[in-house]
Every structure is written in structure tokens, then in C-alpha cells.
Design a binder for this molecule. Structure first.
Ligand SMILES: *[C@@H]1O[C@H](CO)[C@@H](O)[C@H](O)[C@H]1NC(C)=O
Ligand SMILES: *[C@@H]1O[C@H](CO)[C@@H](O)[C@H](O)[C@H]1NC(C)=O
Ligand SMILES: *[C@@H]1O[C@H](CO)[C@@H](O)[C@H](O)[C@H]1NC(C)=O
Ligand SMILES: *[C@@H]1O[C@H](CO)[C@@H](O)[C@H](O)[C@H]1NC(C)=O
Ligand SMILES: *[C@@H]1O[C@H](CO)[C@@H](O)[C@H](O)[C@H]1NC(C)=O
Ligand SMILES: *[C@@H]1O[C@H](CO)[C@@H](O)[C@H](O)[C@H]1NC(C)=O
Ligand SMILES: *[C@@H]1O[C@H](CO)[C@@H](O)[C@H](O)[C@H]1NC(C)=O
Ligand SMILES: *[C@@H]1O[C@H](CO)[C@@H](O)[C@H](O)[C@H]1NC(C)=O
Ligand SMILES: *[C@@H]1O[C@H](CO)[C@@H](O)[C@H](O)[C@H]1NC(C)=O
Length: 887
């Protein structure tokens, strides 16, 4: 090595050999000193070839350090020494625990081209010395605790191409010189406290591609100049105080895929030039004062996936041309003054998932071919002037999760076909219409429905006992109709306030005060554990449809094989009665192959007594193998037969997941497909789910509440998730119902296969289908529509709060619109102490437990911070919890 070096040194013109050797010795000494200060994991200091140490790059043949990458290593300490590496061109310290001021001596690194200090805890203001970094092309200070104004000294960074300062506490305004940076392509300053105007030269001197300034207090107009050179690809200005129009010039940016300008004070029309933005995928302009008609030119944006114009002043009709938008998944125009018919053409957008027309003046009828082609999950039509009857074809809308038709002029009776919408779970609201006639018994088939509102119509007859089939019901309202007879004995009814039944002609029995005299004939014992059902309902009503995708995929695999089998001569089960035909199956774990019998697996799922629990999209059974091995078998229900995937890829993914090596992950060990059912095999865990452990009264009576066990569970879950993040897997549905407990109460995070089989970024799922379970959905999901690692941290925080409070993530007891997170965060405002939030059965046992619980509560509060950037990494959460355990 040294020989090669010497040779190359001889060839160097500019420096003398002794200068180079001096520089090398200096760099080596500096690195050793840095290691002494920071204790860099992965540096083998006994190896004198320091250029080979992890994260170090040297100039070709010179042993002079040009690149230092210490990202993601959990480091903290004094960084001053780094300024000794005079030739450094690239310095990446991102994602560590550095705090204090950014060292001003970094200004001496005059060769620096790339500087990334993001995701640390750097505080105070930006040192003006950074203005000396004349060669800098990329500066990333995002996600720190920096304050003050952006110093004018940085205007000498004329080569800057990427300038990222989001997620800090910068105030003042965006300096005008930012617009003079002639190479600037990326500028992000979102989630700060910036005020004033967006510089009106921004983008006029450089080919700006990405501008993201959301969540500040910016005012004034959106400057024309950002579109001037036509290179803009992403524009996010959501949550500011911007005024004026969306400039006509936007049409110059054909590559602009994202326009998010919601929650401002914008006025005027949307320019017709929007039709020239051919890449447009997301257009979000809700909560402004925009007006005029919805321009038909949107129909030219063939990639448009989301169009959200809610809460503005738009008038006129929805342009029928929007029906050409085959990629459209969400059309949200609620809270405007739109009128006319419900646009039939839109209902033919075959990917349409959410149609929200509520709170407008739509005055047509509901078209009969409502759901012939679409995969609609949300149909929100409330508060309009819609006339006519609810068509019987509503029963074709089998994918609906939520149907809102309240406050219209609907007449006729409720079509029994509504009972075909088996997936309906979030709400069915037909209130404030002119509906009459009897309630169809078929309503009772809606066993996933959580909220039913039929109030303020002219419905008559009895409330049928068949409605007791609505097993997930939490909220009902039958008030102000013409109902007669006894209120059926059904816990969700009797638990409702009597206002849910008032204003009828002749209803009697609980919860009403008028008794029915002959003491209701309805005497079935209803001893189901209500709260358990509520948990399932809440979990089940998650907006997530992940499982369905797995099902679809597996069903597709299955059908293909079935067809093959049929072609091969139909090896039917003739001779052997009742023996299911197994189409495919595999066990991924070698030493379990002998122990698993596919026939026995299938048979176990045919017996109700083996049922462990039943969620929205799947039922879980216990299966005892002839070998004595006990499995948990998840049987997936059919949801959709249209999506087509490559079966081999799916099986590969399952196999890959089965190899993920972490104690706190529930890995699939195999699968079986028979007839039209797909079964996923897992190890059986006798202690059920964390949700059952915390909330199921039958289980709670079995165990004394025990804080150390709970802290171990919390830590284990965090470790499992940290590992998933480490291998770049984002979990799509973290909830206590998806965490299993083994015999020693070690937690295992389940449903990881869903996270891998469904990749929203590749368009395999509708954008709104990926949110997670009710109560666990991070708030930023509303505008990012992406499940991210910080989003996972939020959901984890909710689980941690459940563990600390023994409360459900969503509970009516918190009050209207308040979930567990809001309830806990607002405790100080209500004058309650943290102790009043914690489960007192645990926190009053000992001083030590109470102290640990308070520390864990702090972690949960950090995790559930509204701002994603402020939440700790999963890895950090693990560290904090382990610290609590050790102290
Ligand atoms: C490096 O060398 C020192 C003494 O020379 C020794 O104590 C230490 O264990 C060595 N470290 C490694 C990682 O080999
Ligand atoms: C960091 O170390 C330098 C000397 O190497 C010292 O001057 C400086 O005060 C230290 N900074 C802090 C914050 O301790
Ligand atoms: C940084 O540069 C300034 C001026 O060039 C010099 O005075 C100072 O000593 C340097 N600091 C370090 C730590 O090298
Ligand atoms: C910081 O910004 C730079 C330039 O945009 C980018 O390359 C880098 O990935 C960012 N760092 C992190 C941790 O995201
Ligand atoms: C910006 O914040 C700093 C420190 O928090 C404060 O001293 C200063 O007055 C603020 N400036 C403005 C313009 O708000
Ligand atoms: C920006 O550049 C223009 C010329 O292009 C110049 O007149 C102006 O002074 C510059 N502004 C700043 C703040 O540098
Ligand atoms: C759209 O682009 C075409 C060609 O680039 C141009 O002629 C037309 O004026 C543009 N339309 C609008 C409305 O900007
Ligand atoms: C639409 O999206 C696809 C896939 O991302 C892309 O290949 C295509 O170029 C886009 N179309 C337009 C007009 O931008
Ligand atoms: C719907 O409302 C619009 C605007 O008020 C009106 O012009 C139209 O005649 C109405 N249509 C029906 C069918 O009532």
C-alpha cells in the first residue's frame, strides 16, 4: 500500500511529498482523536489503513480523508475535531444524538461540497461561519432544534443546489437571496415558524424542482417565478396563510406531479392551464377561498389520482370529462356550492375509491348503475338536496366501508339490498331524509357496522330482532321516526342513550323509560363480552384493507392452480368423503415440515370451537396437529377477485419474511390453499393478543395487573419494530390487536406479511386504503397519505398509551372527537395530573412502579407528537425504555 502510494505521490505535481505525508499523518491523528472523543462503532483503530474504516473515503491514492460518513450510529459528543480534516468534501453526521450548537469551526472546511447534519438535536442558531463554505452544493440541517433567522451570511453559498432546513424552529422570513441562488433545485423549509412572503424571485434564476414550505406562517402570494423555468416537480405549500391566486404560469410545469396548497387563504379560479400539467398526480387545494367552476381541463391530467377541492367556494357542476381519469382514486369536493346530478361518468372511474360530495347543493338523483365498475369504499353524499329513492343497485357497492346519505330529500323505503354490503363498517347514515316503510331484516347482516343512524325519517313498524346480527354496533340512532313495539334486547341498544330511541310513535322497553308491560318476549341471554366485541369492532373498522390484498393475491394463486388441476384431469375428492381438496401449500421451516399436516390444518378451520378470534378480514383458528404441534391458522376471506399478481413473487415474499430473524416478530411458517380459502400458518401463542390482555374482561380476571410485565411487552414491541425499520420494512397496521403474546408474555408483532405484500408506493393499493386501524392513524396521514417510519412511531405510541392507561385507543368516554392520544395530551389543560391518566391499579402499587410509568408516559407523549419530525426513532424508543428498566 505504502509503495503504491509513494509511486502515485511521485506523479503528483502540486504538493511536495513531505506536504502530502504531513497531511496524511495529520488526518490519521485527527481520526484517532475523533474516535477517542466519539467512540465510533465499526472503526478498527488497530488497522492503520484508516481509509478502509467504515464511512471514510480517501482521495484516490493519497490517504487524505475526503469523505466522512458517521450517519445512523447513535453518536454524541464534541465535533470540533472534525474541522481538522481539512480536505473533507463530504460530511454526513445525520441521524445521531449530537446536540449543542453546530460547531462554527465547520466553516473552516473550505473544500466541503456536501454537509448533512439532519436528524440530530443541534440547537441555537446557524453559525454565520457556515457562510464560508463556498463550495457547498448540498446543505441539510433539517429535523434539529435550530432557532432564529436564516443568517444572511449563507448567501455566499452560491453553488447550493439542495438546501434543506425543514423541521426546526426557524423564524423571520425566507431571505430574498435564496431566490438568487442560481443552482438551487431543492428547497425545503417546512415545519418551521417562518413568516413573511415567499421571495418573489424564487425560481427565476434557477431550475427549481422541489419546493416544500408547508406548515409555516407564510403570507402573500404564490410567486409566478417558481413556475417560470418550468422545471418544478413538487410544490407543497399546505398550512400557511398565503393569499392570491394559483398563477396561470403553473401550466408551464409539465413535470409537476404534486400540487398541495390546501389550508391557506387563496382566492380566484383554478387556471385552465392546469390541463397542461400532464404529470399531475395529486392536486390538493382544500380549505381555501377558491371559487368559480371546477375547470374541465383537469380531465387532461391523465395521471391524476387525487383531487381534493373541499371547503372552498366552487360552484357549477362537476365536469363530466373527469370520468376519463382512469387513475382517479379520490375525488373530494365537500363543502362547496356545487349542484346538478351526481356525475355518472365519475362513477365509472374504475379506480375510484372515495367520492365525497357532501355539503354541497347536488340536486339530482342517485344513479342506478352506482357501483357497476368502481371499487368505491367511501360514498359520502350527506347534506345535499338529492332526491328520489335509494336504488336497489346500492347492493352492488360491496366494497363500501362508509355510506353517508344523511340530510337529503331521499324518499321511498330502505332497499333490503343494503344488507349485501357486507364490508360496511365505519358508518351507515340515512338520517334526515323522507324515508318510510319497514326496516329490512337484511340490515342485520351488516355484522361489521359500527355506527347506524336512521333518525329523522318516517320509518315505521318494529325494530326487528334480526338487527341483533349487527355484532359490531357501537352507535345507533332510531329517533324521530314512527317505530312501534319493544326495543329488542341487544346490548348496543340498551347501552345507547334513550335519545337514540326518542320521538317515535310507540317504542317501549330499555333504554326508554316506558316499559312494554308484557315484559319483552325477547329473552335470549346476551352474555357476550361487550367490551371485547367493541375492541374487535374498533380494530375491525380500521380503514386498512391490507389483508384483503393478501387474500386477493392468494386467491388468484389458488384459482390459477385450480384451473391447472382441472385441466390436468380433475383429481377430485370423489372416493374420500368431505376431504377438502388442497390446492397448494408449503412449510418454510425445515424442521417443522414433518410436524405439519395440511389436512389437519384445514379440518381445524372447519370447527367453530377452534376459533380464537375473528377480525374484519380474517378469522384465526387453533389447529392441533397429529404430531402434537399447535398452530395458529389465519383464514383469509375473499374480498376482491380483480387484482392480479405474480404468485411466485408472493410466495418469495412470504418465504423472505419467514427468515426475518427477530424474537419479537411473528413470522409466517407456511401457507395452505384449499377450495376458496387461503390459510396462513403461524406458531400458536397461548396468551392471545395484547388487546385481549389489556382489555378483555375474561382475560383480565386471570392476571394481576403487573407493571414489569407490561414494560417488558412495551420494550419487546419497540424492539421488533426497530428491527423492521432497520431492514427497511414499514409496518402498515400497528395496533394492540396485532401484537401476540407467547407463554412468557413475550410480545410478537404480527401482520408483517401484509406490510410486505402490499406496497402502496407501487400503486398496488388505493392511497386511502393504507392508514392503519382506527385510533392508531398518525395525524399527518391526512396530507401525506403515506405510512412512514415516524407514522409507525405514532401508532406504537398509541399502543404504549394503552399499556399505561388500560384504555382503548378510541372510546366514547373521552368525549366527542377525542381519542386516547388527545385525551392524554389534553390532561394538563383539564387540570389533571399524569397520575390520573395512568392505570391506578399499577401506579399506586409502589413508588418505583409509579416512577417508571411516568417515564414511560413521557416516551409515549414523544411518540405521539403531532409533528412527525419531533417523534423519536424506534431505535431511540428502545433505548429510552431500556433505560427505564435499568434504573
Ligand atoms: C487493538 O490493540 C490494542 C493493543 O495494541 C488491544 O488491546 C486491542 O484489543 C486491539 N483492539 C482490537 C479491536 O483488535
Ligand atoms: C469541544 O472541544 C474543543 C477543543 O477540542 C473545545 O475548545 C470546546 O470548548 C469543546 N466544546 C464543547 C461544547 O465542549
Ligand atoms: C479556522 O479558520 C480561522 C481563520 O481562517 C482561523 O483563525 C482558525 O484558527 C481556524 N480554526 C481552526 C479550529 O482551525
Ligand atoms: C439531506 O439532504 C440531502 C440533500 O437533499 C439528501 O441527499 C440527504 O439524503 C438528506 N439527508 C437525510 C438524512 O435525509
Ligand atoms: C426568532 O426567535 C428568536 C429566538 O427564539 C427570538 O429571539 C427572535 O426575536 C425571533 N424573531 C422573530 C422575528 O420572531
Ligand atoms: C439578487 O440578484 C439581483 C440581480 O439578479 C440583484 O439585483 C439583487 O441585489 C440580489 N439580491 C440579493 C439579496 O442578493
Ligand atoms: C398549453 O400548452 C400549449 C402548448 O405548449 C399552449 O399552446 C397552450 O397555450 C397551453 N394552454 C394553456 C391553457 O396554458
Ligand atoms: C403517468 O405516470 C406514469 C407512471 O408513473 C409515467 O410513466 C407517465 O409518464 C405519466 N404520464 C404523464 C403524462 O406524465
Ligand atoms: C338543480 O339546481 C340548479 C341550480 O340551482 C338548478 O338550475 C337546476 O334546475 C336544479 N335541478 C333540478 C333537477 O332541480
Amino acid at each position: 500500500m505504502a509503495f503504491v502510494c509513494l509511486l502515485s505521490l511521485v506523479l503528483m505535481g502540486s504538493l511536495s511529498i513531505s506536504q502530502v505525508v504531513d497531511a496524511q499523518l495529520h488526518d490519521q491523528a485527527t481520526l484517532l482523536a475523533i474516535n477517542k472523543e466519539l467512540g465510533v462503532p465499526g472503526w478498527d483503530v488497530n488497522n492503520s489503513d484508516y481509509c478502509s474504516w467504515r464511512g471514510i473515503g480517501c482521495a484516490a491514492d493519497e490517504l487524505i480523508v475526503e469523505r466522512l460518513d458517521l450517519s445512523h450510529r447513535g453518536l454524541r459528543g464534541n465535533l470540533t475535531l472534525i474541522s481538522g480534516l481539512k480536505s473533507l468534501k463530504s460530511l454526513d453526521l445525520s441521524d445521531n444524538n449530537f446536540h449543542g450548537s453546530i460547531p462554527s469551526v465547520f466553516g473552516n472546511l473550505s473544500e466541503l461540497v456536501f454537509l448533512d447534519l439532519s436528524w440530530n438535536k443541534f440547537g441555537n442558531s446557524i453559525p454565520i461561519e457556515l457562510g464560508s463554505l463556498r463550495n457547498l452544493r448540498s446543505l441539510n440541517l433539517s429535523n434539529n432544534l435550530l432557532i432564529g433567522e436564516i443568517p444572511d451570511e449563507l448567501q455566499s453559498l452560491e453553488k447550493l443546489q439542495e438546501f434543506q432546513i425543514s423541521g426546526n424552529k426557524f423564524n423571520g422570513s425566507i431571505p430574498i437571496w435564496v431566490g438568487n441562488l442560481t443552482n438551487l433545485r431543492v428547497f425545503t423549509a417546512y415545519e418551521n415558524e417562518l413568516a413573511g412572503k415567499i421571495p418573489d424571485n424564487l425560481g427565476s434564476h434557477s431550475e427549481l424542482q422541489l419546493l416544500n414550505l408547508h406548515s409555516n406562517q407564510l403570507e402573500g402570494a404564490i410567486p409566478d417565478t417558481i413556475f417560470a423555468l418550468g422545471k418544478l416537480e413538487v410544490l407543497v405549500l399546505t398550512q400557511n396563510e398565503l393569499t392570491g391566486n394559483l398563477p396561470e404560469l403553473v401550466g408551464k410545469c409539465k413535470g409537476l406531479s404534486n400540487i398541495r396548497i390546501g389550508n391557506n387563504n387563496l382566492i380566484g379560479n383554478i387556471p385552465r392551464s392546469i390541463g397542461n400539467v400532464s404529470s399531475l398526480t395529486y392536486f390538493e387545494a382544500d380549505n381555501n377561498n377558491l371559487s368559480g367552476e371546477i375547470v374541465p381541463e383537469f380531465a387532461q391530467c391523465s395521471n391524476l389520482t387525487l383531487l381534493n377541492l373541499a371547503s372552498n367556494g366552487f360552484t357549477g357542476m362537476i365536469p363530466p370529462g373527469l370520468g376519463q381519469l382512469t387513475n382517479l382514486q379520490e375525488l373530494i369536493v365537500s363543502g362547496n356550492s356545487l349542484f346538478g346530478d351526481i356525475p355518472e361518468s365519475i362513477l365509472r372511474c374504475k379506480n375510484l375509491n372515495k367520492l365525497d360530495l357532501s355539503n354541497n347543493r347536488f340536486n339530482g338523483t342517485i344513479p342506478g348503475d352506482l357501483c357497476n365498475t368502481s371499487r368505491l369504499q367511501y360514498l359520502l353524499l350527506s347534506q345535499n338536496s338529492i332526491r328520489g329513492e335509494i336504488p336497489h343497485e346500492i347492493g352492488n357497492c360491496v366494497k363500501l366501508l362508509e355510506l353517508q346519505m344523511g340530510s337529503n330529500y331521499l324518499t321511498g323505503s330502505i332497499p333490503p339490498e343494503i344488507g349485501h354490503i357486507k364490508n360496511l363498517q365505519i358508518a351507515l347514515n340515512l338520517s334526515f331524509n323522507h324515508l318510510h316503510g319497514l326496516l329490512p331484516l337484511e340490515l342485520g347482516k351488516l355484522d361489521k357496522l359500527v355506527s347506524l343512524d336512521l333518525s329523522n325519517n318516517q320509518l315505521s313498524g318494529n325494530i326487528p330482532s334480526a338487527l341483533k346480527g349487527m355484532l359490531s354496533l357501537i352507535e345507533v340512532n332510531f329517533s324521530n321516526n314512527l317505530f312501534t313495539g319493544p326495543v329488542p334486547t341487544f346490548v348496543p341498544f340498551q347501552k345507547s342513550p334513550n335519545s337514540s330511541f326518542l320521538g317515535n310513535k310507540g317504542l317501549c322497553g330499555e333504554p326508554l323509560s316506558s316499559s312494554c308491560g308484557t315484559n319483552g318476549s325477547d329473552h335470549e341471554n346476551y352474555h357476550h363480552k361487550v367490551s371485547y366485541r367493541i375492541i374487535l369492532a374498533v380494530i375491525g373498522s380500521g380503514l386498512a384493507v391490507f389483508v384483503s390484498v393478501t387474500v386477493v393475491v392468494l386467491l388468484f394463486m389458488m384459482r390459477e392452480r385450480q384451473e391447472k388441476a382441472a385441466k390436468a384431469g380433475g383429481v377430485a375428492d370423489d372416493g374420500i368423503n368431505n376431504r377438502p381438496l388442497i390446492i397448494a401449500g408449503n412449510v418454510f421451516v425445515d424442521n417443522l415440515r414433518q410436524a405439519i399436516d395440511f389436512d389437519a390444518v384445514v379440518k381445524a378451520t372447519l370447527k367453530d370451537s377452534n376459533k380464537l378470534n375473528s377480525g374484519t378480514f380474517s378469522t384465526v383458528y387453533k389447529a392441533v396437529m397429529p404430531s402434537g404441534l399447535i398452530l395458529s391458522v389465519k383464514s383469509l376471506r375473499s374480498m376482491d377477485r380483480t387484482i392480479i399478481h405474480h404468485q411466485n413473487k408472493m410466495i418469495r415474499e412470504l418465504e423472505r419474511l419467514s427468515k426475518l430473524c427477530h424474537d419479537n416478530l411473528m413470522r409466517p411458517i407456511g401457507f395452505v390453499i384449499y377450495e376458496d380459502v387461503a390459510l396462513l400458518l403461524h406458531n400458536y401463542l397461548p396468551n392471545g393478543t395484547l388487546a385481549q390482555f389489556l382489555h378483555d374482561p375474561t382475560k383480565i380476571s386471570e392476571y394481576e395487573p403487573d407493571w414489569p410485565t407490561r414494560l417488558n411487552i412495551a420494550t419487546g414491541v419497540a424492539e421488533g419494530l426497530a428491527f423492521l425499520h432497520h431492514v427497511a420494512i414499514i409496518h402498515l397496521d400497528i395496533s394492540s390487536g396485532n401484537i401476540l403474546l407467547d407463554a412468557d408474555f413475550k410480545p410478537l408483532v404480527g401482520e408483517i406479511e401484509i406490510s410486505k405484500l402490499l406496497d402502496p408506493s407501487k400503486g398496488t393499493a388505493s392511497i386511502s386504503a393504507v392508514a392503519g386501524s382506527f385510533g392508531y392513524i398518525p395525524p399527518e396521514y391526512a396530507y401525506t397519505m403515506q405510512v412512514t417510519a415516524p407514522g409507525n412511531v405514532y401508532s406504537y405510541g398509541v399502543v404504549l398509551l394503552e399499556i399505561l392507561t388500560t384504555r382503548l385507543p378510541v372510546d366514547e368516554a373521552f368525549g366527542e372527537g377525542i381519542d386516547l392520544v388527545k385525551w392524554v395530551h389534553s390532561a394538563p389543560a383539564r387540570g389533571e395530573t399524569p397520575e390520573q391518566i395512568l392505570d391506578a391499579r399499577l401506579s399506586t402499587v409502589s413508588f418505583a412502579w409509579r416512577k417508571e410509568m411516568l417515564s414511560a408516559l413521557k416516551v409515549a407523549l414523544l411518540c405521539t407528537d403531532n409533528t412527525p419530525a419531533k417523534r423519536p426513532k424506534m431505535k431511540k424508543v428502545v433505548e429510552m425504555l431500556q433505560e427505564i428498566k435499568q434504573n
